[in-house]
Design a protein around this ligand. Structure first.
Ligand code: NAD
Length: 278
């Protein structure tokens, strides 16, 4: 096992799981350009058409001599960390393996259930995990602003609605980012998001419940990720928004999170911790 130590100055070896995916390829490109990190392995699901292909060549940066394999265990054993933007069931499994190998696990996967999150939290007793529904600096800053705005504007006067749009291939809704922004709004209001969220509206819904936080999801085309938090009062409306134009912002954030987490004690950290946004 390569392992992590606070005093280690060698390049951090990172395994990309889901290496053939949209984010997986962006992660391979990001690691390639960021000093202090190197691609230590690339893993895909069994049966993937990309097994055996070179991860760098697939990501468009040329051959890096890292073939994509389907066995995470030997890859994790040689690495210092794993970057994981896959699917909830896979992420829960990888969290267990990363904990066994005592390596950093950066999780960008969204759509995790409460049970998935409980298993990830259990793995964080042994592994240093950074998990966030959005790894970009911009969205995490936006979350801080949303929390401030929600705190400043009274729930009786301002309704909070969160609108998101993503590409046609996205499989979960609302997006992890929309939920992250909803949590920030709820924190500002001093309430739990669970129980105060309205995930969809259809038919005769009745009037809006004061203090609730509404979500709306649009899907289409190639949109990387658009989010707006609307604070709607009587006679005025504030909109705080973020538009992601390139997956590279999430990939760079994930690599930054891995480098930050190296040598940190086991626990479940967020991107706000990484970025020092409190
Ligand atoms: P994608 O479908 O293009 O890629 C997912 C990849 O994971 C696929 O190649 C798939 O084969 C692979 N995979 C699935 N199960 C696996 C397993 N058991 N072992 C190895 N590989 C496995 O999807 P995407 O657009 O790259 O998004 C992936 C995830 O990342 C989604 O949950 C998405 O919402 C999330 N995401 C998060 C952020 C963030 O900043 N947190 C940003 C973008 C996307």
């Amino acid at each position: 096992m390569s392992g992590t130590s606070p005093n280690d100055t060698s390049d951090m070896g990172l395994v990309v799981v889901g290496a053939a995916g949209r984010m997986g390829q962006a992660l391979i490109r990001a690691i390639h350009t960021i000093p202090g990190a190197r691609v230590a392995g690339a893993v895909e699901r069994s049966g993937s058409a990309y097994l055996g292909k070179d991860a760098g060549e697939l990501a468009g940066i040329g051959i890096i001599n890292v073939p994509i394999g389907d066995d995470p265990l030997p890859a994790f054993a040689k690495a210092d960390g794993v970057l994981d933007f896959t699917a909830p069931a896979a992420t829960v499994e990888f969290a267990g393996y990363a904990a066994q190998a005592r390596i950093v696990h950066v999780i960008g996967t969204t759509g995790c259930s409460d049970d998935d999150n409980a298993r990830i939290a259990a793995a964080a007793r042994h592994a240093t995990i950074v998990k966030s529904g959005n790894m970009s600096l911009g969205v995490n800053l936006l979350a801080v602003l949303v929390e401030q705005a929600a705190r400043a504007l009274d729930a009786d006067d301002f309704d909070i609605e969160i609108l998101e749009m993503h590409h046609r291939h996205k499989v979960d809704a609302p997006s992890g980012t929309a939920l992250l922004l909803g949590e920030a709004a709820a924190a500002g209001r001093g309430i739990q998001l669970a129980g105060n969220d309205v995930r969809s509206r259809d038919g005769h819904t009745g009037v809006r419940k004061a203090g609730s936080i509404g979500f709306a999801a649009l899907r289409g085309g190639s949109v990387v990720g658009d989010h707006s938090v609307i604070l709607a009062g009587t006679g005025e409306r504030i909109t705080l928004a973020h538009h992601a134009e390139d997956r590279a912002i999430f990939a760079r954030g994930a690599v930054k999170a891995a480098l930050w987490a190296r040598g940190k004690k086991p626990g479940l950290y967020s991107m706000r911790d990484v970025l020092g946004l409190g």
